[in-house]
Design a protein around this ligand. Structure first.
Ligand code: ZN
Length: 202
């Protein structure tokens, strides 16, 4: 499956000057919502990811996604795996599980995002799941930004990866474009203002 082509075809690989959720800047941004606006594409991607996960033999009771980014990918993946789906959301900046969702003791939970950069949001949500008694058995994403090693890829884990090394990370592709700290960003040096993706019509 050519995931890069799917992102390109959906105009979901944006070029500009973006401020990422990590605070870093990048010339490119992946707008997964544009890919997932077609339910058929979402289903195809989720089924490909699900078959990779099933092949690995990891047992899963529930998929959990951090809102908002992981919601659609997480739901589609849960559907493809035929397991329960819950989500975590920020309340006053703190990741929480609300909406009456319950997590049983030792329930096997797979965290899912649309894109994993350093995995920060996924791990914040994972900490909440664990505090309720759940067991994190893996992490999944449609695409990997190349900071964490995923299954079936040679890209090594970078120091800023926040995913634990003792659980598998599944993704369909690596997108390894550069990311800069704001004070070292060449686009800022050129005098352009970084914009938050999702704002100003992108
Ligand atoms: Zn910049």
């Amino acid at each position: 499956m050519d995931v890069k082509k799917i992102y390109m075809d959906a105009d979901a690989l944006l070029e500009g000057h973006f401020k990422l959720s990590s605070g870093n800047h990048s010339q490119f941004y992946l707008q997964s919502a544009k890919v997932l606006e077609d339910p058929k594409t979402a289903k195809l991607l989720a089924e490909a990811l699900a078959s990779q996960i099933k092949e690995s033999g990891v047992e899963i009771d529930t998929v959990c996604a951090p809102a908002l980014g992981g919601l659609i990918a997480g739901f589609a993946l849960a559907q493809a795996l035929d397991v329960r789906f819950i989500f975590a959301e920020r309340v006053d900046g703190i990741m929480s599980i609300r909406r009456g969702f319950e997590v049983a003791q030792d329930e096997k939970v797979l965290m899912c995002e649309d894109i994993i950069t350093t995995g920060g949001s996924a791990m914040e949500a994972a900490t909440v799941v664990e505090s309720l008694g759940g067991k994190i058995v893996g992490v999944a994403a449609l695409a990997n930004r190349g900071f964490c090693k995923r299954q079936n890829s040679d890209i090594a884990t970078k120091p800023n990866c926040k995913l634990p090394q003792n659980i598998p990370f599944f993704a369909l592709a690596d997108f390894t474009f550069e990311m800069y700290a704001p004070d070292a960003c060449p686009l800022c040096r050129d005098g352009n203002e970084a914009i938050k993706p999702g704002s100003r019509g992108n």
